[in-house]
Design a protein around this ligand. Structure first.
Ligand SMILES: *[C@@H]1O[C@H](CO)[C@@H](O)[C@H](O)[C@H]1NC(C)=O
Ligand SMILES: *[C@@H]1O[C@H](CO)[C@@H](O)[C@H](O)[C@H]1NC(C)=O
Ligand SMILES: *[C@@H]1O[C@H](CO)[C@@H](O)[C@H](O)[C@H]1NC(C)=O
Ligand SMILES: *[C@@H]1O[C@H](CO)[C@@H](O)[C@H](O)[C@H]1NC(C)=O
Ligand SMILES: *[C@@H]1O[C@H](CO)[C@@H](O)[C@H](O)[C@H]1NC(C)=O
Length: 381
């Protein structure tokens, strides 16, 4: 576990290092926050059909007053964290706390994300769990955030930027700042999801003037993406006892939490540890499957460029559990269009290739750093 937390932290540091190195070559639009407050809102919203017990781990700065609590369907909980807070949020499912918050059974208090027999978590949760990760005071006056499947997946999750009366954050198109990962078929609206076509015409902080780009995948794909051996509770299959199990036509449960390959096997090649550092660690069979259903989420430790969001420091965030709809494809969409529209990409790319050589990164990694920077430019200009 410690290794995995480390792997994901190292990757964030790598990205921050990359961004810092680029600062001489780029002009950043970083403005002072007008209000000057030392804390920002962290809202947690439960749109799941069941009660969820969110857990919050603080890794730096001052965390929220509550590190774990009960959240009924449709409810939200409003917290504050320091502007330099670093930490993560996840959801615990199927918990058996009584009304006074006690767990008296044996075994786990919650089926996934469990952090022990306490409502207020005092450490990390058990894998697998989808994570919302935050480094609010990163390089260049930016807050960095992402959705992560590096530690596996249990619940659909989205992050919505809260401008918190910062004028330079207000200017950010909401369809570029609010990523969502919906990899549970019960929460998936289907391949033709379009919240803007009718009804309220708003979704996850966006409206029809700033439409989020969505992944269009068949419901079967959303049902069956988790590699068979990584399911937490694989359904009984006709080939039971025979390895490999036939994984083709077996109906999977609607709630089908999925270990990452690293979480399940703890192999250096899967966890990007040991000799599998930044230049050697490749996407594995889990991360490829995860990326295909949640393109805006981290899928393995060195996936930064395709999964990290950055905005001027001082904004707040709403972590939405079970956002519904469909996964977003913000980064791929922004990257595709910025390659066409921004002539600056090549200049940035040149400086990054030089930087990458210093760190002995592969061309692929250098390319990813370029793309991350391209996206940052899109967000802050
Ligand atoms: C949070 O819950 C309150 C009370 O139900 C509601 O008024 C508010 O709109 C919710 N906020 C969000 C962002 O959903
Ligand atoms: C466990 O929690 C998930 C997510 O909230 C839910 O879909 C599932 O029905 C729950 N399972 C049981 C046995 O309560
Ligand atoms: C749509 O969203 C944008 C950006 O948040 C906002 O400026 C605009 O007022 C919204 N339009 C409507 C009709 O609400
Ligand atoms: C956000 O909306 C604007 C205005 O419609 C559009 O030009 C842009 O491509 C959208 N961004 C993404 C990432 O889809
Ligand atoms: C981005 O471009 C690639 C290559 O042209 C294409 O395969 C992919 O579907 C595009 N993705 C999005 C989200 O537009």
């Amino acid at each position: 576990m410690a290794q995995r937390v480390l792997a994901s932290t190292v990757s964030v540091m790598l990205l921050l290092a990359a961004i810092t190195s680029g600062e001489h070559h780029m002009k950043w639009k970083v403005e002072k926050r007008q209000g000057g407050s030392t804390s920002v809102p962290l809202l947690i919203t439960n749109n799941c059909a069941e009660t969820i017990y969110p857990g919050i781990l603080t890794q730096g700065g001052t965390g929220p007053a509550d590190s774990g609590f009960k959240l009924s369907p449709g409810a939200n909980h409003s917290l504050m964290v320091s502007t330099d807070w670093q930490g993560r949020v996840w959801g615990r499912t199927n918990c058996s706390f009584d009304d006074s918050g006690h767990f008296s059974g044996s075994g786990r208090a919650c089926t996934t994300g469990d952090c022990g027999p306490v409502v207020a978590c005092t450490g990390t949760g058990e894998l697998p769990a989808t994570l919302a990760e935050f480094t609010l005071s990163g390089a260049n006056g930016q807050s960095y955030y992402d959705l992560s499947m590096v530690d596996g997946y249990n619940l659909p999750m989205a992050i919505e930027l809260i401008a918190h009366s910062m004028s330079n954050v207000d200017d950010i198109p909401p369809n570029q700042s609010n990523p969502s990962c919906v990899a549970s078929v019960g929460n998936y609206a289907g391949p033709s999801f379009n919240p803007y076509a009718s009804g309220s015409k708003t979704f996850l902080g966006t409206n029809d003037s700033f439409q989020l780009p969505f992944l269009s995948a068949s419901s079967d794909k959303i049902s069956n993406w988790c590699p068979w051996d990584l399911q937490v509770s694989p359904p009984t299959s006709p080939g039971d006892g025979v390895y490999p199990y036939p994984d083709g036509n077996v109906q999977r449960p609607a709630f089908d939490p999925c270990f990452s390959a690293c979480a399940k096997y703890n192999e250096p090649a899967y966890c990007c540890t040991g000799k599998y550092g930044p230049s050697k660690c490749q996407a594995n069979y889990f991360s490829k499957a995860a990326k295909a259903v949640c393109p805006d989420a981290y899928s393995f430790a060195y996936d930064d460029a395709d999964s990290t969001f950055a905005v001027p420091k001082g904004a707040g965030f709403n972590v939405v559990l079970c956002p519904g709809g469909a996964s977003t494809t913000i980064l791929a969409t922004a990257r595709n269009s910025s390659q066409v529209q921004h002539s600056g990409t090549h200049a940035i790319g040149a400086s990054y290739n030089a930087f990458a050589k210093g760190l002995a990164l592969t061309d692929g990694m250098a390319m990813k750093a370029v793309l991350a920077v391209t996206l940052l430019v899109v967000l802050v200009t």
